[in-house]
Design a protein around this ligand. Structure first.
Ligand code: PLP
Length: 431
C-alpha cells in the first residue's frame, strides 16, 4: 500500500516507511492512497467470522505485502487479546466497551498493533528506534505497556505535569526498562509541540531514528477501525444502520471509524462529542477553523486544542464541507454536564461510565433529540476507575478496581521533570 503526505510536499512511501517515520518529512500526516471497499459478502457473512478474521480482512490492504500474512495474523491475535462487549441500555442507545485491555482504554488496540509492527520491521536492525510520544492521559500508558520490552525500541513519553489522573500517571511512570517518562511543566499542547519540534530537528534526526506513537502514526490510527466492525457484527441482527458516538480529542478514533465506513460498513452517521475543547464543533458551525490552546477538563484525554487527525477526516470527505456535514454532527459539553451524565447513567441504567464515555452518551442524546428513530452506539473509551476521584465523588458509591489497575497502584513513580524543548533535546542526545 502506498501512503502520501497530506501536505503533499513529501515523496509517497510504503506502509513500513510511514510507520517508522510517523510524520512525513514535510510534517504532513500520512494517508493511504486508495481505500478499496471490502466485498459485500464480507458484511453479509460477518456474523460467522471471528474478531481476528474480521480484523485481518479489514487491515490487509493497508499493510500490503510488507508484513507476511501469517505474521500479520499473529500480530492481530496478540493485539486483540481482549473482548469488546456491547451493553444495550435501551432501544436507542448501546454502549461499546473498549476498555478491557491492559491499560483499560481503547488506545491499547492501536498501541499494541503498532508496537508489534515496529518490532517486526526492526527485527534485523541493530540501530535502535526511539518512539517519542506526547500524551494527554491514556496514550502514555497504552504505548508504554504496548512497547514494554520490545527489542530495539526505546520509548520516551511526555505528559503534562499534574494534568493526568493518578492512575494514568502510574501507568506510564512505573514500568522502567525501555520506557522513560518525562513530566513537562505545561499543558498537553506544549508536550505535542515539543514532539513535533523534535521530529524536524536535524540535530536529532541525523543521529537517531525517531518515530511517533501518537494517532498520527498510521499503525496506531488504522487498527482502531476494527471495533466499529465488531459492533456492526453484534448489532446487525437488530439494527441495520448505526450511529456511532465517539468522545473525541485528537479525532483519531472517529476518523478510523470513517475509514471503516469507506470499507463499506453501513453507518448512518457519526457524532463527535467534545468537552470544552471544541475547535471542530466551532468549525462545523462557522466553517472557520480556529484552534485554541487546550483547556483542562474532567475528560483530560480529550483536552486537545488543535486535533491532529482532523485533516485526515477532511481528506476522507474530499475536503468538502457539505460532504462532511452530511456525515458528522458535533457537540460540546461542560464538566457540569459531564458529571450530570455520569450520575444519570448510574441512576437510570445502573451503569458506571467514565467522564469520556459520559460525554459520548450526551452526544448520543443530543443526536437522538432530532433523530429519535436512530440507534446510537456510544464508544466507552476508558474504564471508570481510571478517573476514580471524579466518578466516586459523582455517584457517591464504591467502584470496583480491576486487577490491571490494582497491580500498579503501589509501584513507585519515576519521571524526569522538564520545562523547555532545550531540556528534552539534551536528554535525547545524551541517551
Ligand atoms: C484518547 C482518548 C480519547 C480521544 O480519542 P481521540 O482519538 O484522540 O479522539 C477519548 N477517550 C479516552 C478515554 C481517551 O483515552
Amino acid at each position: 500500500m502506498t501512503y502520501y503526505s497530506l501536505n503533499r510536499k513529501a515523496p509517497e512511501t510504503t506502509f513500513k516507511d510511514a510507520v517508522i517515520r510517523g510524520l512525513a518529512p514535510d510534517k504532513g500526516l500520512y494517508f493511504p492512497k486508495e481505500i478499496s471497499p471490502l466485498p459485500k459478502a464480507f458484511f453479509a457473512t460477518i456474523a460467522h467470522k471471528t474478531n481476528h478474521e474480521i480484523a485481518f480482512e479489514a487491515i490487509k490492504q493497508f499493510v500490503g505485502t510488507e508484513i507476511p500474512e501469517p505474521i500479520l495474523k499473529s500480530i492481530i491475535e496478540e493485539t486483540l487479546n481482549f473482548n469488546f462487549p456491547i451493553i444495550n441500555l435501551n432501544d436507542q442507545i448501546s454502549i461499546l466497551e473498549l476498555f478491557h485491555g491492559q491499560t483499560m482504554a481503547f488506545k491499547d488496540v492501536g498501541a499494541r498493533f503498532m508496537a508489534r509492527c515496529l518490532g517486526f520491521f526492526n527485527r534485523n536492525n541493530n540501530n535502535e528506534v526511539t518512539v517519542l510520544v506526547a500524551t494527554s492521559g491514556d496514550t502514555g500508558g497504552a504505548v508504554a505497556n504496548g512497547f514494554l520490552g520490545v527489542k530495539g525500541v526505546n520509548v520516551v513519553i511526555l505528559y503534562p505535569s499534574g494534568k493526568v489522573s493518578k492512575i494514568q500517571e502510574k501507568q506510564l511512570t512505573t514500568l522502567g526498562k525501555n520506557i522513560t517518562a518525562i513530566e513537562v511543566d505545561g499543558v498537553f499542547d506544549d508536550c505535542q509541540d515539543m514532539v513535533k519540534r523534535a521530529f524536524v530537528d536535524t540535530d536529532l534526526t541525523s543521529t537517531m531514528q525517531l518515530t511517533s506513537a501518537n494517532s498520527i502514526n498510521i499503525a496506531r490510527w488504522l487498527p482502531q477501525l476494527f471495533y466499529y466492525l465488531f459492533a456492526y457484527k453484534a448489532l446487525k441482527p437488530k439494527y441495520d444502520d448505526i450511529v456511532f458516538c465517539v468522545p473525541s480529542g485528537n479525532y483519531g478514533n472517529i476518523c478510523a471509524g470513517m475509514v471503516a465506513q469507506k470499507l463499506g460498513l453501513p453507518v448512518e452517521h457519526f457524532v463527535a462529542a467534545n468537552n470544552a475543547n471544541d475547535a471542530v464543533v466551532r468549525y462545523m458551525d462557522t466553517k472557520t477553523y480556529n484552534p485554541k490552546p487546550s483547556m483542562a477538563t474532567l475528560s483530560n484525554a480529550m483536552d486537545v486544542g488543535n486535533p491532529s487527525n482532523f485533516v485526515r477526516i477532511q481528506e476522507l470527505y474530499n475536503n468538502s464541507f457539505e460532504d462532511l456535514k452530511s456525515h458528522l454532527s458535533t457537540f460540546s459539553f461542560s464538566d457540569t454536564e459531564t458529571e450530570g451524565a455520569i450520575l444519570e447513567l448510574f441512576n437510570a441504567h445502573n451503569y458506571i461510565a467514565d467522564p469520556h464515555g459520559a460525554i459520548g452518551y450526551l452526544g448520543a442524546k443530543a443526536y437522538l433529540k432530532k433523530n429519535p428513530k436512530a440507534h446510537t452506539v456510544v464508544l466507552e473509551t476508558a474504564h471508570p476507575t481510571k478517573f476514580l476521584d471524579v466518578v466516586k465523588r459523582v455517584i457517591q458509591n464504591k467502584v470496583e478496581i480491576p486487577v490491571q489497575i490494582r497491580a500498579i497502584m503501589d509501584k513507585p513513580k519515576s519521571s524526569i521533570k522538564i520545562a523547555t524543548y532545550k531540556e528534552l533535546k539534551a536528554l535525547l542526545l545524551e541517551s
